[in-house]
Design a binder for this molecule. Structure first.
Ligand code: 9D3
Length: 254
């Protein structure tokens, strides 16, 4: 898959893209990443990328001309059919389900804005999808573009070493993850749950599933609304709830 990021801060993206799972996938040729800067597509001596908003008001707006030329140049280097995705606070909420749609594309052009945003005519003419990463404010689209690129990349076959890792990710199953422990067996007087040391793989699987269900019920009940639980899951969640009620006063329950 080919990912392209359009940004006024190319170093922000290229630095990140060399690291970790994403960086290894680029090195291995499983992913291609390219970055371009609208400043390189300006035609005036000052290399102007922004201007004052028509109608007045605070802040600046990214100019249509340089952006439009940057998008055209990027698309010319991308596989045919690659959509242009604009990261913006006005966008549709980015979720794991959106990531699963995007990974089916041959490539993505991720457009990161700065200032108050970009000239709306660029959106009308050249943007296929507008995405927000959540209801909070960051200073520009770059972090959002990296979130989307990273999330989609993890779904590309060969990016994660173990193909089961992507399947097991939280949200892929619609549940929060269970707790994790590693050596030592005692830390600061706190013990590892004995079942994890038992070697009983079936008991461990059921313990993990019970904790995943219980924590989802406690912390993110909204996630359970969309899921049809199996008989075993229903049983394990009921066990968790019974235990939570039995220990009321020690733990808060909702
Ligand atoms: C006063 C209006 N603000 C809109 C909420 C101005 C504004 C703030 C921050 C305009 C752009 C930005 C920069 N943010 C992004 O480009 C962005 C973003 C975000 O801030 N939150 C969540 N998702 C995204 S995707 C792109």
């Amino acid at each position: 898959m080919h990912l392209h990021v359009i940004t006024l801060f190319p170093d922000m993206v290229s630095g990140w893209a060399r690291l970790g799972v994403f960086g290894r996938a680029v090195s291995n040729g499983v992913l291609e990443l390219s970055v371009s800067n609208p400043r390189d597509f300006t035609e005036d001596v000052h290399r102007t990328v922004d201007d004052r908003p028509y109608g007045g008001g605070p802040g600046m707006v990214m100019k249509a001309g340089p952006l439009s030329r940057t998008i055209a140049a990027a698309l010319a280097q991308m596989p045919a059919g690659s959509p242009v995705v604009y990261l913006s606070p006005q966008g549709e909420r980015f979720t794991q389900a959106v990531a699963r749609e995007l990974v089916a594309e041959p490539g993505l052009v991720l457009l990161a804005g700065r200032y108050e945003g970009i000239d709306e005519r660029v959106i009308d003419a050249a943007v296929d999808r507008e995405l927000s990463i959540g209801d909070f404010v960051v200073s520009g689209g770059e972090l959002a573009a990296m979130v989307v690129a990273d999330c989609v990349a993890r779904l590309v076959p060969g990016v994660l070493g173990d193909p089961e890792s992507a399947e097991q990710d939280s949200f892929s199953q619609g549940l929060l993850d269970c707790p994790h422990y590693t050596r030592p067996e005692q830390f600061d007087g706190r013990e590892v749950p004995p079942v994890l040391l038992s070697g009983d793989h079936e008991a461990i699987r059921r313990w993990r599933l019970r904790l995943s269900l219980g924590r989802t019920w406690e912390r993110r009940p909204d996630l359970l609304e969309g899921v049809e639980l199996t008989d075993e899951q229903r049983e394990l969640l009921d066990e968790y709830k019974a235990e939570a009620i039995a220990s009321m006063g020690k733990k808060r329950i909702r």
